[in-house]
Design a protein around this ligand. Structure first.
Ligand SMILES: [Mn+2]
Length: 468
């Protein structure tokens, strides 16, 4: 992965910018189809900011990747240009048939694997087509930013939203960013649009009193502290810190002290590398006034994530467009989501003995204790927090609607490099028991009939034995 690939991506971004610019005359009506996660919301806000400044009318639809039948319906809508964000690369055949086929122009800005055919009235920008890895080198927000940066340099402060999308998609690693993300962030630092320092990577470091920041901490989950107001107050008292001040206000000296006390408190996990790196490391601060909302990039991503998870992506979108009222509402959603997730992680932490271990996986059936919309993220957070060992895939099962069982599976990038692809495996095994599945190599989900749970788990175990 090198400079040649990044240059190739930059040239492809310029071509996409030229294609898009032809639609910014005020004559075209544009439909944006984007994902409800932080990356999808940030990507759509980046494009929307560009469209506003060119007085170009548009609509945004927040959705999971559309199925062919839904794309067929979409093709009947009356727009001149359809822009697919954070999706589309895997649906090129249906987009070709139903949207291009209906005479509309199409721009796909995605970072998921897919097909990249040459078609007319069609431009497709995707890191995979340039020899880069879309799982880590750039997300949809970074792809969208790379395009509009070529339309007008005045959009450069929006690079902060590209960083928000990348962090939201877990594309920042303990060693930093890679690929296009690395290039974008380095340049943003040089331009004075992002400031990088070392500190506690906690959501709330900028906007919450330190006691609240610790109490609502889910990344990492702090055993004995998260969800426990009295314990958090005691910790802050021990250090003689002002409980109403934020970590940012308290300064880096205090942050180090808080970190060291946390390490002592959580003792048994403190030696866990995941936990240490999730707690402490690079902190990214937005310095451009053009982006309204939290200055801390991780907090911004968490805010958009909560909006998506609580099914209000449009609130996060409005916040990212600069609407301060929406931003306050979005921060309220973040607090609500943190309360829910800290409770879920508290339950998991108290029920570690419910996890079963086979040679190929660790799994837990949470029944109704953990909801179907929380289980996948709860597993990711439990792994990042060192609560669950990551030596093999981790699978969670939660009761969904009716007799449906929601399955979520997670694995480390290390296992993916050894050839594991949870997305492919869950798609196949769920299909064998009358369900639906899909996802990425390290993160996948499925829905199956609950009465076939045992059969599913036996088949999944068999499928994993070959690769883990
Ligand atoms: Mn994405």
């Amino acid at each position: 992965m090198g400079r040649a690939e990044i240059r190739r991506f930059q040239r492809a971004s310029e071509a996409a910018a030229a294609f898009l610019k032809a639609h910014l005359t005020g004559e075209s009506r544009i439909k944006i189809i984007t994902h409800t996660d932080p990356d999808g919301i940030a990507a759509s806000a980046i494009l929307a900011r560009c469209f506003y400044s060119y007085n170009t009318p548009f609509h945004v639809k927040f959705t999971r990747p559309l199925k062919p039948a839904e794309i067929a319906e979409l093709g009947k809508e009356d727009y001149d240009l359809f822009v697919f964000l954070d999706q589309g690369s895997g649906q090129v055949a249906a987009v070709h048939k139903f949207v291009l086929g209906a005479g509309h122009d199409v721009l796909i800005l995605d970072h998921h694997p897919g097909e990249f055919p040459e078609l007319s009235n069609f431009t497709h920008l995707n890191p995979h087509a340039c020899g880069l890895n879309g799982a880590k080198d750039v997300g949809a927000a970074g792809v969208a930013y790379s395009v509009i940066e070529h339309i007008d340099k005045n959009f450069r402060p929006l690079v902060g939203l590209a960083a928000v999308g990348a962090i939201g998609d877990r594309q920042e690693f303990f060693s930093g960013f890679t690929g296009v993300n690395e290039t974008l962030v380095k340049r943003a630092v040089d331009l004075g649009l992002i400031r990088v320092s070392e500190g506690l990577k906690l959501v709330g470091r900028e906007l919450s009193p330190v006691v609240e920041c610790l109490r609502l901490c889910m990344r990492p989950y702090l055993p004995g502290l998260s969800g426990n107001l009295a314990a958090c107050r005691a910790l802050v008292d021990t250090l003689a810190l002002s409980p109403g001040a934020t970590l940012v206000e308290l300064g880096s000296e205090a942050e180090r002290k808080v970190r060291d006390v946390i390490f002592t408190r959580v003792g048994h996990v403190a030696i866990n590398e995941d936990f240490c790196h999730t707690l402490w490391g690079m902190v990214y601060e937005l310095t451009a006034n053009e982006v309204v909302g939290p200055r801390d990039v991780r907090e911004y991503a968490a805010m958009l994530d909560a909006c998506g998870k609580l099914r209000k992506p449009e609130i996060g979108f409005a916040a990212a467009l600069g609407d301060r009222v929406a931003c306050n509402e979005a921060l309220g959603l973040l607090r609500r989501y943190q309360e829910q997730m800290v409770r879920v992680l508290g339950w998991l932490n108290a029920h570690m003995d419910v996890f079963k271990v086979t040679p190929s996986m660790r799994y837990i059936y949470t029944g109704r204790e953990v909801g179907p919309t929380m289980i996948g993220e709860a597993l990711s957070l439990a792994m990042e927090s060192g609560l669950v060992a990551t030596d093999r895939p981790v699978v969670g099962m939660a009761n969904g609607e009716g007799d449906e069982l929601k399955i979520s599976a997670r694995a480390t990038p290390g296992l993916a490099m050894e050839g594991l692809n949870l997305g492919l495996i869950l798609t196949r095994v769920a299909g064998e028991v009358g369900g639906d599945g899909g996802g990425h190599d390290v993160s996948a989900a499925a829905r199956i009939p609950r009465e076939r749970m045992d059969e599913f788990m036996a088949k999944l175990d068999q499928a994993l034995i070959g690769v883990v």
